[in-house]
Design a protein around this ligand. Structure first.
Ligand code: G3P
Length: 216
């Protein structure tokens, strides 16, 4: 399973890219709005930093307007991935964009059948939202497992499962168990993944013992 960052924060992207563990970026309209910068400016800056895929979402909901917006966004950089919602118009636009060999991340997925339709529309990535499923008392990891099974039943499907709306290390573990190809997560959640009190305690003890031995 690969790790993407779900953020527009340039400082976080820069610092975590240096680990070599981050292979792409996802964004959404809320994150772009919070940046208080124009979408094209933010995405151009991120694409210049990140060699991997950078997802940015259209705002249009009508398929013709989605296509128009997607073509403008795709011109920003070669590693731009167009995010469209899994609606009738979003799927229709996805199919057309994929005919033009433009990568598409179909997002706001909350059901296995939405994921199947996205795959048949040629989606490059499908983004099932784990956290928002859990927010409604449903099971985000079960959604991933069902999508994985459905995709594995059809060898013609090449769509990658990009686990999104990941709020905790538990979600990351569940995504890995379920067979997600990619997990996208905030810098804050990423930084919890390597932290463990016993690692800190053990390292402190090693250093203490080493220092004591040197003193003798
Ligand atoms: O960006 C898509 C997804 O990761 C959003 O997550 O936490 O806003 O549900 P969240």
């Amino acid at each position: 399973m690969k790790f993407f960052l779900d953020t527009v924060n340039i400082d976080d992207i820069t610092s975590l890219l240096e680990t070599g563990l981050i292979e792409g970026i996802t964004t959404n309209p809320t994150l772009i709005a919070q940046s208080k910068r124009p979408q094209h400016e933010v995405i151009r800056a991120i694409c210049a930093l990140v060699p991997g895929p950078v997802s940015t979402e259209v705002i249009a909901t009508d398929w013709k307007e989605i296509l128009q917006e997607a073509h403008e966004l795709a011109r920003i950089a070669a590693n731009v991935v167009i995010k469209v919602p899994v609606t009738f118009d979003g799927l229709k636009a996805c199919y057309q964009l994929r005919q033009e060999n433009i990568p598409v991340n179909v997002t706001l997925c909350f059901s296995p059948l939405q994921a199947l339709l996205a795959a048949r529309a040629g989606a490059t990535y499908i983004s099932p939202f784990m956290g928002r499923m859990d927010d409604y008392g449903q099971d985000g990891s079960t959604l991933l497992e069902l999508i994985r099974d459905i995709y594995d039943n059809d060898p013609t499907i090449e769509t990658q499962i990009l686990a999104a709306s990941v709020r905790s290390p538990k979600h990351v573990l569940e995504a890995a168990y379920a067979g997600a190809d990619i997990v996208t997560l905030s810098p804050a959640v990423f930084r919890t993944l390597y932290a463990h009190p016993l690692t800190d305690k053990g390292l402190a003890q090693f250093l203490k013992d080493w220092k004591n031995a040197e003193a003798k």
